[in-house]
Ligand binder design. Structure first.
Ligand SMILES: Cc1cc2nc3c(=O)[nH]c(=O)nc-3n(C[C@H](O)[C@H](O)[C@H](O)COP(=O)(O)OP(=O)(O)OC[C@H]3O[C@@H](n4cnc5c(N)ncnc54)[C@H](O)[C@@H]3O)c2cc1C
Length: 397
């Protein structure tokens, strides 16, 4: 039977970063990563692909290129974990044992969570930046629209990068402004949530962008069905008291944020909370029932923004706490819920939102980050992608 000292589920942003940082601390560690995909993606650039100024190909590299040389790569998918017995099962039925487990398989995109979406996304002006092979079609649709109604929908579940459904809307509006068609397009933000953005400082900046483009906001509107042939979308609308009703709208294009959840095997293996998210302590990132299990990234139950920026602050905490556990020392590393969202409001403008569990801004730069800025756009467009491939995945940032 296969046995490893540290087993990591998922070779995405979190899995590769944590393996690299562990190896920087101790080259002797026996680490294996279970990752079925031959490809690795820089997902934060997919909104820019949808906006038409970043090539999809540039967001993709081979997994082999980012996998640390010292790591054993198991090219399989995990189907179940037995945390009591400290082993897991792979797609091919093989059993792998571990001493310590890091769970970071990202988020599951549930395309079938909206009736009519799965079979029609990528056709008929139904588009989404939430997949590598879908993002280029978003720009095709934006380019082809000269008038009519454009719906941009958020989701009722937690999603990766909660700002992305708005960013693509602002980029589309900016494109139409440049092409002088903005006045002929009725742009609507169909938001399953209650407000535009949770933190007032950044909400004010986004409201400014909405006003500038003439965007209309519809809150508590959750997309439940698309009739692709007739271009009609149905929303479940909740009023202030929580009563629900249905509303159907005609559209000319629709951008969809699919519902998302933790991968099913987490809940099925007894590692999840009541909604299936990996149940860790929000500060130590150690599992609340299985001390030899840690979690990272989008699959967690923690109330931070599900972003790569959060992972950059989570990884050193897991490294510190796991190494302490291996050496029988007390666990002292603590994650404060930091997350960040570079909110693109135009090609050339970004509001860099940064915040933590307190729900207050927690900013890096000594300038007013509540303003739309060219400098923050340069960070988003050029510096962060470079940092990701050259520093973050190598455990150096
Ligand atoms: C459109 C969009 C815009 C975004 N914008 C930003 C942004 O501006 N800023 C920011 O910081 N973040 C942004 N993000 C979020 C960021 O990309 C994610 O938070 C980050 O990639 C999560 O890392 P992860 O390692 O948890 O998951 P991922 O990077 O998704 O990796 C998970 C890995 O696990 C593997 N896996 C899945 N299931 C299994 C299994 N059963 N067994 C083994 N392996 C498995 C997958 O193949 C995958 O490689 C954006 C995301 C999207 C989609």
């Amino acid at each position: 039977m296969n046995v490893h000292q540290i087993l990591i589920i998922g070779g995405g942003n979190a899995g590769i970063s944590v393996a690299s940082q562990l190896l920087i601390k101790n080259k002797q560690l026996d680490i294996a990563i279970i990752e079925p995909s031959e490809k690795h993606y820089y997902q934060p650039a997919w909104t820019m692909v949808g906006g038409g100024f970043f090539k999809a190909k540039k967001t993709e590299r081979s997994e082999a290129e980012v996998m640390p040389k010292e790591v054993t790569w198991i090219k399989q998918r995990v189907t179940s974990v037995s945390p009591e017995e400290k082993h897991l099962v792979l797609d091919d039925g093989e059993l792998v044992r571990y001493e310590y487990l890091i769970v970071c398989p990202g988020i599951q995109i549930n395309w079938d969570g909206i009736k009519g979406l799965k079979e029609n996304v990528g056709t008929n002006n139904i588009c989404s930046v939430y997949a590598y092979d879908q993002a280029p079609y978003v720009f095709e649709v934006i380019q082809s629209l000269n008038g009519g109604t454009a719906l941009f929908c958020s989701a009722a579940t937690p999603v990766k990068c909660g700002g992305a459904p708005q960013k693509i809307m602002y980029l589309a509006a900016d494109y139409w402004r440049r092409n002088r068609t903005l006045g002929s397009i009725d742009i609507r933000f169909m938001n399953a949530g209650k407000i535009l953005f949770g933190i007032e400082k950044y909400r004010n900046a986004l409201q400014g962008a909405c006003d500038r483009y003439g965007l209309k906001q519809f809150h508590r509107h959750n997309l439940i069905e698309i009739d692709a042939e007739n271009r009609r979308a149905t929303f479940e609308v909740k009023d202030e008291e929580g009563s629900k009703s249905l509303e159907t709208l005609d559209y000319d294009m629709i951008h969809v944020t699919p519902p998302q959840s933790a991968p099913d095997f987490i809940g099925e293996s007894g590692l999840g909370n009541e909604r299936g998210w990996l149940e860790v302590d929000k500060n130590t990132l150690q599992h609340v029932r299985y001390p030899d299990v840690f979690g990272l990234g989008d699959c967690l139950n923690t109330p931070n923004a599900k972003t790569g920026a959060a992972i950059r602050k989570q990884v050193p905490v897991v490294v510190e706490n796991l190494l302490a556990l291996i050496q029988n020392k007390d666990i002292a590393g603590s994650y404060n819920g930091y997350g960040s969202c570079p909110l693109l409001t135009a090609k050339g403008k970004v509001v860099l939102a940064e915040f933590d569990y307190s729900g207050e801004p927690n900013e890096t730069f000594p300038i007013n980050q509540g303003k739309e800025r060219w400098s923050m756009y340069i960070l988003k467009r050029y510096i962060l992608p470079w940092l990701y491939w050259n520093r973050i995945l190598k455990g150096k940032a």
